[in-house]
Design a protein around this ligand. Structure first.
Ligand code: SF4
Length: 167
């Protein structure tokens, strides 16, 4: 049995169109969220490398049919909800006090210095879209940035000032 087939990640259903139609394609669950001011705020551009932005502010997964094989970090909604990995107001359900939030651009801009500090302090998972994150960091903070392996942790990258790096 591969990791991708274990029930604790994939839930009991591999494909269920009525269940999947509940999804509003907000992409929040596929973003990394960071704790700030008692909420878990998603960072635009900090997301799974298989997530793609689509029209009308929606998102899609480029490997959806095979996501549990190709993305060992991905969780079925049944599993992700109780763990707080879905949006706070997700149609699949999130326990009170858990869940990720996407805030307005105005509020995000105010939170950005704090969030950038946390990104640099904790690093980011290796499964993210590094180029997309760097573009977002440059757009918001200017200068040049790079991602490097985190010393002693093969599943984490660190964000550093300066060019070069992995992405
Ligand atoms: S693999 Fe999973 S986390 Fe990544 S984009 Fe697809 S559904 Fe989202």
């Amino acid at each position: 049995m591969t990791l991708a087939q274990t029930p604790d990640r994939t839930g009991s259903r591999r494909a269920d169109p009525p269940h999947e139609q509940l999804c509003r394609r907000c992409g929040v669950s596929c973003h990394v969220a960071l704790p700030v001011r008692e909420r878990y705020v998603v960072v635009p551009g900090l997301h799974c490398k298989f997530l793609e932005e689509q029209e009308n502010n929606t998102f899609g997964c480029r490997v959806y049919a095979d996501r549990f094989e190709q993305a060992p970090w991905c969780h079925h909604a049944e599993i992700a909800g109780p763990l707080g990995y879905l949006a706070q107001d997700c149609p699949y359900g999130t326990p009170a006090g858990l869940g990720k939030v996407r805030v307005s651009e105005e509020e995000f801009a105010e939170l950005w210095p704090e969030l950038l500090g946390k990104i640099r302090f904790w690093g980011v998972p290796t499964y993210i879209d590094g180029a997309r994150l760097l573009a977002e960091v440059v757009r918001r903070s200017g200068g040049s940035w790079r991602l490097e392996p985190w010393p002693g942790d093969s599943e984490r990258l660190r964000l550093m000032r300066g060019s070069g790096g992995l992405a």
